[in-house]
Design a protein around this ligand. Structure first.
Ligand SMILES: *[C@@H]1O[C@H](CO)[C@@H](O)[C@H](O)[C@H]1NC(C)=O
Ligand SMILES: *[C@@H]1O[C@H](CO)[C@@H](O)[C@H](O)[C@H]1NC(C)=O
Ligand SMILES: *[C@@H]1O[C@H](CO)[C@@H](O)[C@H](O)[C@H]1NC(C)=O
Ligand SMILES: *[C@@H]1O[C@H](CO)[C@@H](O)[C@H](O)[C@H]1NC(C)=O
Ligand SMILES: *[C@@H]1O[C@H](CO)[C@@H](O)[C@H](O)[C@H]1NC(C)=O
Ligand SMILES: *[C@@H]1O[C@H](CO)[C@@H](O)[C@H](O)[C@H]1NC(C)=O
Length: 340
């Protein structure tokens, strides 16, 4: 490999990481600010950032005043000792702790519970059994994926008026554990609780929600009127659950905001009634054995037809021959119906 190609490869890898993490790892090195921990870098031309990522650290170093963006991902940190954030309690905005081994018992009092200015907390791939939430009212993004969360006490997020995204996939949360967890954040747009142990969709979520992902849980039913309380919801994913026909009350998906509905890999035997506005419907790998146009169109006419564009029915018990002969008018926009 020529010397020129090494940095290019490094940059490409960094770019890929960036996309995944939504934050930019520090590239290159230069003089570090004098009060910076010697194991980290605090570039003098970007004095609000401290880079301590990928260094085999076992502890969180003392953070000097003035730091707003702190990167600690990819270490072996097990513990956050009292005092490390004392000089940045109001100023710290981003705290990135992904890929460490932090447990709740080792997050000392007087650390994260003192951060009143935090906007982003990234705590994925650690050993937390319950969330660690800062008192900051400015929090806008919370990611605690791939931990061991089995609790999410009610009321932790009540004052987070600017919180827009919560990612909790790959934990051990049950429906009881999250009852009341999401009350409060009035601007919440996106909630991902995939790969948990939920038996139903999360209760009490804010009406601002646009994206709800609950794939890979144990959900067998949906409450009548659940979606009527979410008038902005556009994307709902519930693939790889245990949904059966009897668990879907009439009109459950009859909401005009929904654009995409993923019910693939469940146990449905018929196609649920959907609203005319829905554009993407994923039903592959169910047990569907009939197609009824009433699932898509109550009335068919010049202005009354389904907006469905993509419909997946592969890995079910239906073929093209099950399509009602008068379906062309109702499903006039469905350019892509997959049977296999
Ligand atoms: C923390 O703040 C105190 C008081 O301003 C200062 O004396 C000390 O040097 C600071 N420590 C760091 C690591 O910045
Ligand atoms: C964190 O979890 C991993 C995987 O379960 C385990 O191997 C490791 O020992 C745990 N570390 C701590 C500090 O609990
Ligand atoms: C919430 O966001 C708005 C708009 O960015 C901002 O004006 C307001 O100060 C924020 N509130 C808090 C508590 O951060
Ligand atoms: C679907 O919703 C529309 C508009 O709210 C309503 O008129 C219609 O009766 C509903 N259909 C069913 C089956 O719930
Ligand atoms: C049919 O379309 C008209 C015009 O858009 C609308 O007013 C009416 O509510 C539609 N009927 C149904 C059952 O959707
Ligand atoms: C598919 O349909 C056939 C014929 O109607 C039936 O014998 C079979 O049990 C069905 N399979 C499933 C998985 O429903």
């Amino acid at each position: 490999m020529s010397p020129l190609r090494v940095p290019l490869l490094t940059i490409l890898v960094r770019m890929a990481l960036c996309q995944y993490y939504d934050y930019e790892p520090y590239i290159g090195s230069g003089p570090s600010a004098p009060n910076c921990d010697p194991e980290c870098e605090c570039p003098i031309n970007f004095p609000s950032a401290m880079y301590c990522d990928d260094r085999n650290l076992k502890r969180v170093p003392i953070v000097p005043s003035g730091i707003m963006y702190l990167y600690l991902q990819n270490n072996q940190i097990e513990e956050i000792k009292a005092g490390v954030f004392d000089n940045v309690t109001t100023g710290l905005r981003w705290l990135v702790l992904d890929h460490n081994q932090i447990t709740n018992a080792k997050v000392a009092k007087g650390t994260i519970d003192k951060l009143t200015g935090l906007e982003k907390l990234f705590f994925s791939y650690n050993n937390l059994t319950e969330p660690v939430i800062p008192p900051s009212k400015h929090l806008d993004e919370l990611k605690i994926m791939n931990n061991k969360l089995s609790k999410f006490p009610s009321g932790l997020l009540t004052d987070k008026e600017n919180l827009t995204a919560i990612n909790l996939q790959y934990n051990q949360l049950t429906s009881d554990a999250i009852a009341g967890a999401f009350k409060g954040p009035k601007k919440l747009l996106s909630l991902d609780v995939s790969h948990n142990k939920l038996k139903k969709l999360p209760a009490g979520v804010p009406s601002s929600l646009e994206i709800l992902y609950a794939d890979y849980n144990d959900i067998d039913s949906i409450g009548a009127g659940y979606l009527n309380k979410l008038p902005a919801l556009q994307y709902l994913r519930m693939s790889h659950n245990k949904l059966v026909d009897g668990g879907i009350p009439s009109g459950a998906f009859n909401v005009s905001s929904l654009v995409e509905l993923d019910l693939s890999f469940n146990k449905l035997q018929s196609i649920p009634e959907i609203n005319e506005q829905l554009e993407q419907l994923y039903l592959q790998a169910n047990e569907i054995n009939k197609i009824d146009l009433a699932s898509f169109c109550k009335i068919t006419g010049p202005l009354n037809y389904s907006r469905l564009k993509h419909l997946r029915l592969d890995a079910n018990n239906v073929t093209h021959s099950n399509m009602p002969h008068d379906s062309a008018n109702c499903l006039r926009q469905a350019s892509d119906i997959m049977f296999e």
